[in-house]
Design a protein around this ligand. Structure first.
Ligand SMILES: Cc1cc2nc3c(=O)[nH]c(=O)nc-3n(C[C@H](O)[C@H](O)[C@H](O)COP(=O)(O)OP(=O)(O)OC[C@H]3O[C@@H](n4cnc5c(N)ncnc54)[C@H](O)[C@@H]3O)c2cc1C
Length: 389
C-alpha cells in the first residue's frame, strides 16, 4: 500500500520539525519519516548555543531572524524552548581583532544587539574570567542558549496539530523518481509518494543523496562536550562564550553546571552511527586545562559527565540549502556543528523557496549546492577562518 503526502521530509531533527512547522503554516500536509525517534540525531546532542556573531552576514541574518522565535516561542510556536538569556561573549585571537570590530559593526547594521567591549568591561561582566590575553571582545547581551530537544518536539507538535504526520522507526531506503522527477520513497514501513522530498537527514544526508545519484560533500563531524560542577568561587553564572584563544566554548547549564566544548580535535569521517555515549580519550583533560586557563577558579570544580555527538559538515563548514538532483528534491543539510540556532529561519526560507519559488525572509541563495563544483566556497566578509579545526 502507498501512502500519499504533499511533501516527504527525511529526518525528525530540528530541521525536519522546522520544515514541517512552516510548511503546515502554508496549508501543506507533509509526512516526516524518522528512522529512529524525534531528535535522536545531532539535535539531541546539541549544546543549544544561540548567538548572532558570525563572520558571514547571511548567517547572522538567519540567526537574528531565528532569535525572534526563540525569544517568543510560546507565542509563535507554542510551549517552551528552554531559552535562557546569559549574554554572549566572543573572544578572538589578536590577529582577528580588527575583523571582530568590523563584524560587530556588520551585526549592528542588521539590528543585532552587539557591542564592542574591552577586557575591563569583560571583567565587570564576568569577574571569574582571566582577561590577560585579549584587549577587546564582542558582547551580545540578549543571547544565550535553548533546549534543542524541546524546541524540536514543540515545533513538531504544532505541525502535527495542523495536519503533518510523524512516522518514527521508519527508515528511508530509496528515493524513487519518474521522468527526472521525484516520485516518493521506499521505507522500512512501506511506500510513500509525494512530488517533493526534502533531505534533512543531518549527518546521514550524504547517504540519502546517493539515493538520487547526488554526491553531497557532507562528511561526518564528531564532537565531544562535558559538564562540570561550577565551584562557588566562580559565582552563580557565566556568559555563554566562544574563546578562540583556547579554541573552546562554554556556557552555564542548569543545576550549577558549566558545559564545555572544543573547536579542535573533532574527527571528520567517522560513521554517524558511532558511539555518542562517551567522549574521546583525551577530551576531558584538554577541556579541563583550557577552561581552567580562562576561568582559574574552575580548578575547584569537578566533572559531572562527558559525551559525544555527530553532525554533517561541508568543506566550507556551512549548510547546503536549495534544490538539486531530480525535480522536487531539496537539500537542507550540512549544518556543520552550528545549525540549531538558525533552524527556525531556514525552515521559513525553505518553505518560501518550495511554495513560492524564492526565499524572501533571508536570501539563502549563497548556500546553493553548486557552490562546491563552481569553486565558490563561502567565506566571511571579515573571515576568522574555519570555526572547527
Ligand atoms: C555535540 C553537538 C553540539 C552542537 N552544539 C550546537 C550549538 O551549541 N548551537 C548550534 O546552533 N548548533 C549546535 N550543533 C549543531 C546542531 O545541533 C545541528 O546542526 C542540528 O541539530 C542539525 O539538525 P538536523 O535536523 O539537520 O539533523 P539531525 O538532528 O541529525 O536529524 C536528522 C535525522 O534524520 C534521521 N535519519 C537519517 N537517515 C535517515 C533515513 N534513512 N530515514 C529516516 N530518517 C533518517 C536521523 O535519525 C536523525 O534523527 C551541535 C551539534 C552537535 C552534534
Amino acid at each position: 500500500m502507498t501512502t500519499t503526502a504533499d511533501i516527504i521530509i527525511i529526518g525528525a531533527g530540528i530541521y525536519g520539525a522546522s520544515l514541517a512547522f512552516h510548511l503546515t503554516q502554508r496549508g501543506l500536509k507533509p509526512v516526516v519519516l524518522e528512522r529512529n525517534f524525534i531528535a535522536s540525531g545531532a539535535t539531541g546532542r546539541s549544546c543549544g548555543v544561540l548567538r548572532m556573531h558570525y563572520d558571514l552576514e547571511t548567517e547572522s541574518r538567519l540567526a537574528w531572524e531565528s532569535f525572534r522565535y526563540f525569544r517568543n516561542w510560546d507565542e509563535i510556536v507554542g510551549g517552551d524552548c528552554g531559552f535562557t538569556r546569559t549574554g554572549f561573549l566572543r573572544i578572538v585571537r589578536s590577529e582577528h581583532e580588527e575583523y571582530l570590530k568590523a563584524n560587530v559593526v556588520m551585526h549592528q547594521g542588521i539590528g543585532i544587539p552587539s557591542l564592542l567591549v574591552n577586557a575591563a568591561d569583560v571583567y565587570r561582566l564576568a569577574p571569574a574570567l582571566n582577561i590577560d590575553d585579549f584587549k577587546v571582545a564582542a558582547y551580545e547581551p540578549e543571547s544565550g542558549y535553548a533546549d534543542p530537544s524541546t524546541a524540536t518536539t514543540t515545533l513538531m507538535q504544532a505541525a502535527r496539530e495542523r495536519g503533518a504526520k510523524l512516522v518514527q522507526e521508519c527508515q528511508v531506503t530509496a528515493v524513487t523518481t519518474s521522468s527526472g522527477k521525484v516520485a516518493g520513497v521506499e521505507t522500512s514501513k512501506g511506500t510513500y509518494s509525494a512530488p517533493v522530498v526534502i533531505n534533512s537527514a543531518g549527518p546521514w544526508a550524504a547517504e540519502i543523496g546517493r539515493m538520487v545519484d547526488l554526491d553531497l560533500p557532507v562528511n561526518t563531524w564528531q564532537h565531544d562536550s562535558m559538564l562540570i560542577r561550577r565551584p562557588s568561587e566562580v559565582g552563580p553564572t557565566l556568559p555563554t562564550t566562544i574563546d578562540d584563544i583556547n579554541a573552546m566554548y562554554f556556557r552555564p547549564e542548569t543545576g550549577g553546571l558549566t558545559l564545555v566544548g572544543l573547536q579542535d580535535y573533532n574527527p571528520i569521517g567517522e560513521s554517524p552511527d558511532g558511539d555518542t555515549d562517551h567522549a574521546k580519550p583525551g577530551f576531558v583533560d584538554r577541556a579541563s586545562d583550557r577552561i581552567c586557563h580562562r576561568i582559574p577558579d574552575m580548578v575547584h570544580g569537578s566533572l559531572h559527565s562527558a559525551h559525544g555527538g555527530y553532525d554533517g559538515i561541508t568543506p566550507d563548514q556551512r549548510a547546503i540549502l536549495g534544490r538539486a538532483g531530480p525535480e522536487g528534491f531539496y537539500l537542507v543539510c550540512g549544518f556543520s556543528g552550528t545549525g540549531f540556532k538558525i533552524a527556525p529561519a531556514v525552515g521559513a526560507c525553505m518553505t518560501e523557496l518550495i511554495v513560492d519559488g524564492q526565499a524572501k525572509t533571508v536570501d539563502i541563495s549563497p548556500f546553493k549546492f553548486s557552490r562546491f563544483s563552481d569553486g565558490e566556497l563561502l567565506k566571511g566578509e571579515h573571515d576568522y577562518g574555519n570555526f572547527w579545526s
